[in-house]
Structure formats: structure tokens, C-alpha cells
Design a protein around this ligand. Structure first.
Ligand code: PLP
Length: 375
């Protein structure tokens, strides 16, 4: 059997990884400024993470949700405290797409409606609200997308109000910083307008924090830069530092009942141990503060390079925009300079999603290598 070939791969085979460094089969070391699509939040092979997983495996790795798993309660408690979201309940699942599907389902059950508003260039996983307006995203469109999801532009106050006034919608879903779409953000007034109009029309606000959550933006959640209270928050990616885990935070005003949601693997013992380890490291090493501080440093360093037309993003969710497409530059950075970076729907944007415990020195090394390639 061969692999179903649906995405291109760079010709690098990692054999080991530690911190921000990945080593390939030839012993070549790479600086990982991408973290496997924002997944590596506390660095590769963090000792606390490895120990917690090993200890857990020695006890039990998985048992389904038919019996008690105290780690789930421990995780909910810790997550609520660290994120300042103690008035939400936690449902655990396995990925970002699954978290968003469950969030949309919850919104539909809660309001008795099914239409959804999302934003142009959004990416919410391979879900019924998956799609952006880019070529790439069109390919990801589910068949029923046209009927179910309305795509609006950020700052389209009128369009949003008109759509919500129809009273046909169950939810507005958005990323407070768009990841795959290219790091655009709604303004605080627009975000607050969404919140206010949704409240008036009995529509839920879903904050998709799958990529921007867990401290990446310099706050625990990126919506916290805008002072609003979403009804539902979805999480995954950096949550498990590579272990597949996702979650839905549901505001306490939305009541649970048996059978509403379900899962086989969601919240298994290993996934909980991985997420707890991430939260413990984020707290102990003050990684949210580090992400914020180093994000500013990255912005400052980037200003020194003329070829860079714009610096985008917050915390360690960053991008550099050029006046040309960056696919070639990305290749050169990997093969000549040994740095992993990311692309986005905006083909001129080079994206960076490094571990939250990188240092100024790592950023300095990155800019040295970028300069070498630009010269
Ligand atoms: N939501 C956002 C904002 C994402 O960036 C992604 C993945 O890139 C997803 C959802 C989907 O997550 P997953 O690939 O874990 O299904």
C-alpha cells in the first residue's frame, strides 16, 4: 500500500529533536521556527513532559470514558485557573477539527438553528466551517459548505448585523488571529460588536483558539487581547506539545446533558498527562510572558531588514511579509540555512510558530540566517 498523496513534503527526515532543534538522519541540525503547525509549545522532548508521559504509560495509557479518569478533572481545574476561564466547562476530544465540529454542534443544539458565520480567509480545520476564500481553502470545502456557512470580511459591521438580524444563525466562529489565513486580526471594536450583536440575537460566539491558544499570542487566549467573553472556546495543537488532543471550553451558561457530545479517545489518560505537563511547564517557566516579550523583540529585529515589507502577528505567532512569493525562500531557509518556517494563504507571508521557550539568541540566529539568504 502507498500513502494517499494529499500534501507535499520537504525532503527532511527528523530522527531526534530537543528544545528548538531538530536533527535529521544525516546528523544535520535544524532550527525549528514552525513547530509542526504550531504544535510544539514547550519545545521538543521537554524533560518534564517526557517524564510525565512515561510515568503515565507505566500506569495506564488509555481507558475509554465509561469509567472515572481523575486526570480529566485535574486538567479542567488547572486549565481553568491558568487561562482565567474558570466559568467554563471542558469537553475533551482529539484534534482542532473535532473541537470545532463539537463547538458548532453545541451552538446548533443550544439555539435550534444551524447556519454559521465565519470570516474570509479563516481556517477552522476540515469541518463544516472549514473554508476560506483562498484557492487552497476552496479545495478543503465540504460539500454542504455553501448552504451552511456565510463568509464575511473582518470589519464588515453592516454585513454582520444584516446577517444576524435574519435570526437564522447559531454561531459566529472566528480566530482572534488568523493562522493559516495569514495573521489578520479583527479590531477590538469589531470583536466587541460581534459579541454585542450575537447576544442580542441569541447567537453564540465561538473563539477558535486551536492555533492561537495556550499562550502563543502572549496571552493565554488571543481573544483576551480584545476583552470579550466567547460562549465557546476551542483548543488543540500546542495543548499537547505533539500529543493529539483537543478540547472545547463551554461557558457555564450552556448546560450539559447526557448524550449531547461523546468520544472514544477524547480525554484519555495519556492525552491528559501530556496537556497537564504542558500547562505545568507554561506556568513554571512563565512562557506566556516569554512569548509576549520575544514577540516584541522579533518585531524590532525584523524592522532592521529592508526587504521585509510588513511584520505581522503577536507573541510567537508571527509573520514576515515580502513583496514577492516566499515559497522559494522557505525552501532555501530549510536546505541552505537549516531553519523550518511556515507558509500561509497569503503567499508573500513567511510564518513563524516557534516553541514558547525560545530565547533572544534563537531569534538572533534566525535573523542572521535570513539575512544570509536574502543577500
Ligand atoms: N482551527 C485552526 C485555527 C487551525 O489553525 C487548525 C489547523 O491548522 C484547525 C482548526 C484544525 O486543527 P486540526 O488539524 O488539529 O484538525
Amino acid at each position: 500500500m502507498k500513502l494517499f498523496d494529499v500534501y507535499p513534503l520537504y525532503d527532511v527526515t527528523p530522527l531526534s529533536a530537543k528544545g528548538i532543534e531538530v536533527t535529521d538522519e544525516h546528523g544535520q541540525k535544524y532550527l525549528d521556527f514552525y513547530g509542526g503547525h504550531a504544535v510544539i509549545s514547550i519545545g521538543h522532548s521537554h524533560p518534564h513532559y517526557i517524564n510525565r508521559l512515561k510515568e503515565q504509560l507505566d500506569k495506564i495509557g488509555f481507558y475509554s470514558n465509561s469509567i472515572q479518569n481523575p486526570l480529566q478533572k485535574e486538567l479542567a481545574h488547572k486549565l481553568g485557573k491558568l487561562s482565567d476561564c474558570e466559568n467554563y466547562d471542558l469537553f475533551l476530544c482529539n484534534s482542532g477539527a473535532e473541537a470545532n465540529e463539537n463547538a458548532l454542534k453545541m451552538a446548533s443544539f443550544h439555539t435550534g438553528k444551524s447556519k454559521v458565520i465565519a470570516f474570509q480567509n479563516a481556517f477552522h480545520g476540515r469541518t463544516s466551517a472549514a473554508v476560506a476564500t483562498t484557492d487552497n481553502a476552496k479545495i478543503n470545502a465540504p460539500i454542504n459548505q455553501q448552504q451552511k456557512v456565510t463568509f464575511l470580511a473582518f470589519e464588515d459591521f453592516e454585513g454582520l448585523e444584516a446577517a444576524l438580524n435574519t435570526r437564522e444563525y447559531c454561531a459566529v466562529i472566528l480566530e482572534a488571529i488568523q493562522g493559516v489565513g495569514g495573521l489578520d486580526e479583527p479590531s477590538t471594536p469589531f470583536y466587541q460588536f460581534i459579541h454585542e450583536k450575537c447576544k442580542e440575537n441569541d447567537v453564540l460566539v465561538i473563539a477558535d483558539e486551536v492555533q492561537s491558544g495556550f499562550g502563543r499570542s502572549g496571552r493565554f487566549f488571543a481573544f483576551q487581547h480584545h476583552n470579550i467573553t466567547p460562549d465557546i472556546i476551542t483548543i488543540a495543537k500546542g495543548m499537547g506539545n505533539g500529543f493529539p488532543v483537543g478540547g472545547v471550553l463551554i461557558h457555564e451558561s450552556i448546560k450539559a446533558s447526557y448524550g449531547l457530545l461523546g468520544t472514544t479517545f477524547g480525554g484519555n489518560h495519556l492525552a491528559c498527562a501530556a496537556t497537564l505537563a504542558v500547562l505545568e511547564v507554561v506556568e513554571k517557566e512563565k512562557l506566556i510572558k516569554n512569548a509576549d516579550k520575544l514577540g516584541h523583540y522579533f518585531h524590532e529585529r525584523a524592522k532592521e531588514i529592508k526587504a521585509i515589507k510588513k511584520v505581522k502577528g503577536r507573541g510567537l505567532m508571527l509573520g514576515l511579509e515580502f513583496d514577492y512569493e516566499v515559497a522559494e525562500l522557505r525552501k532555501k531557509l530549510i536546505y541552505n540555512q537549516h531553519v523550518f518556517t511556515g507558509g500561509s494563504a497569503n503567499k508573500r507571508l513567511l510564518r513563524f510558530l516557534p516553541a514558547l521557550n525560545i530565547t533572544k539568541q534563537h531569534i538572533d540566529i534566525f535573523f542572521e540566517r535570513l539575512r544570509a539568504e536574502l543577500n
